[in-house]
Design a protein around this ligand. Structure first.
Ligand SMILES: Nc1nc2c(c(=O)[nH]1)N[C@H]1C(S)=C(S)[C@@H](COP(=O)(O)O)O[C@H]1N2
Ligand SMILES: [Mo]
Length: 219
């Protein structure tokens, strides 16, 4: 899978990383990762990266991969991997907070920003929620303002390496400010919607909003 990220895309990732380095101080401030207490209440820091999912690891051939973005948008699209990788890349660093109480600091993500995707599909005035569907059947939902945060992206690299299959590769969602269950692995469809659509965990007792700092764990 590593060989799909060669040549031009590698150049672009390096450029994006450089840009990130130049803006590093600003981004750090925005993510507040220098805050005295980076650990939300009830969390503990881990150094490894646990794998959590429904026990199904879909095997996705990048050649057949497609991302559909639809719903309350003026320009619905279906992007192939080549088209997706042609979009401007961003580089972002953030912490992971999983509701099962582990947090993992300083994850370096590379991918396409939520801003960029919204720029392409142009959500209508009616769009208030964003619903994600993944290849394992998993679903989750956020408000549109949560999706359009500066640090939200569809990531294809973690610590400069392609995201592994078990962690949601080739492409997964990253929404750093919310508990990690909102970050869909193996994403295949993004739907902008006028109405909310609670997903897999949201319909099984988990909080609809999922803010780790106010411990929005359960509903
Ligand atoms: N497609 C899909 N995405 C998913 C899940 C899942 O089961 N399927 N689990 C969620 C949960 S509960 C967590 S904590 C994180 C775990 O991501 P990781 O395995 O990369 O740590 O993925 C989230 N995204
Ligand atoms: Mo989770």
């Amino acid at each position: 899978m590593a060989d799909i990220f060669t040549g031009a895309i590698r150049e672009k990732l390096i450029a994006a990383k450089q840009q990130w380095a130049e803006k590093g101080r600003l981004i750090t401030g925005k993510h507040d990762i220098n805050r005295e207490n980076r650990l939300p209440p009830g969390q503990r820091e881990v150094k490894d990266w646990p794998v959590l999912d429904l026990g199904i690891t879909p095997h996705i051939d990048p050649a057949g991969w497609e991302l559909s973005i639809k719903g309350e948008v003026e320009n619905p699209v279906s992007l192939t991997m080549d088209q997706f990788l042609d979009l401007p890349a961003i580089y972002d660093q953030s912490d992971i907070h999983c509701v099962t109480s582990w947090s993992r600091y300083d994850n370096h993500w590379q991918g396409v920003s939520a801003h960029e995707l919204a720029r392409i599909v142009r959500p209508t005035d009616k769009a208030r929620y964003v619903l994600f569907t993944a290849h394992d059947g998993y679903t989750t939902n956020v408000r549109i303002d949560q999706f359009l945060d500066d640090d939200v992206l569809l990531a294809h690299h973690w610590q400069d390496l392609p995201i592994t299959e078990e962690h949601g590769g080739p492409v997964r969602v990253i929404i750093p400010k919310l508990y990690f269950w909102k970050s869909a692995k193996w994403v295949r469809e993004i739907t902008f919607s006028a109405s909310d659509g609670p997903g897999f965990w949201e319909t099984r007792g988990y909080h609809n909003n999922a803010d780790p700092w106010t411990e929005e764990r359960y509903s």
